[in-house]
Design a protein around this ligand. Structure first.
Ligand SMILES: [Ca+2]
Ligand SMILES: [Ca+2]
Length: 259
């Protein structure tokens, strides 16, 4: 009995009819043409491994193009003239560092209609990308480099925890809250509630883009209610303002210093 095999993954299917074990399969993966003898069920079988006759890379006949573009993602689609695997490489912005391959290893499904989603992109910024497909023999086509621009971020941050006042003393407190996306930090307060204009701390928002926010208030009057609200803006300027909260400073128990 003689089985003709190519070094590609195709022979795995052909000989699986004989219930090869993983070890047997390991014996059947030479990268160069050769003849092997294997024992299956008490029978000695001669196996000839042939070099693949396919030396032609796939041809991209349609695309690639970017669809379903959002502020953080898109889907890249293309068509090849023969069954091949799927991978997209992208950089944002163009020319920035190394290409990011998605998936990290190509999707092994051998198809002619390719679709790969990109996620986690920055909003309102150009992305460059290229599509790659390899046939079963490993011949790879890489498309030219194309671009698209993600949509602007129009979604306000959401405050998921807080705000709440902690570390309360007779003259201050620390306001903390959490947002669902990176955003800046500012607290507005009045003491007592309803008195005059809001005091913004800091006067311009702390520009650090974070999801865990903390802002100290100082110089408050002792033993008096303060009202406050938290504000956070994302990089696109979408600003969330919390509801109004209150806390009461502690009584002043420190005697005046005497000479
Ligand atoms: Ca081919
Ligand atoms: Ca946003």
């Amino acid at each position: 009995m003689k089985i003709l095999l190519s070094p590609s993954i195709v022979p795995l299917f052909s000989i699986s009819l004989f219930q090869l074990t993983a070890t047997m399969w390991g014996q059947l993966t030479p990268q160069t043409p050769s003849k092997e003898f294997i024992r299956i069920g008490g029978r000695i079988i001669a196996v000839e491994v042939r070099a693949s006759s396919d030396t032609t890379p796939p041809v991209i006949t349609v695309g690639p193009s970017a669809g379903s573009i959002t502020s953080s993602g898109a889907t890249i689609n293309w068509t090849t003239d023969e069954a091949s695997n799927t991978q997209v490489e992208y950089r944002q912005p163009p020319g920035s560092g190394n290409w990011n391959p998605v998936p990290a290893t190509p999707n092994p499904a051998m198809v002619t209609s390719h679709s790969q989603a990109l996620t986690g992109l920055q909003p309102n910024q150009v992305v460059e990308y290229r599509a790659k497909s390899a046939d079963a023999a490993g011949n790879t086509v890489t498309s030219g480099i194309l671009q698209f621009t993600t949509l602007p971020d129009t979604t306000l941050p959401v405050i998921t925890v807080g705000p709440s006042a902690g570390s309360i003393t007779s003259s201050g407190a620390t306001i903390t809250w959490t947002t669902d996306e990176a955003s800046n930090t500012q607290v507005e307060y009045r003491q007592p509630p309803g008195s005059g204009n809001w005091n913004a701390v800091p006067s311009t928002p702390n520009p650090a883009m974070v999801t865990s926010h903390s802002q100290a208030l100082t110089g408050l009057q002792p033993n008096q209610v303060a009202e406050y609200r938290a504000k956070s803006a994302d990089a696109a300027g979408n600003t969330v303002t919390s509801g109004i909260q209150q806390f009461t400073t502690l009584a002043d128990t420190t005697p005046p210093s005497s000479p």
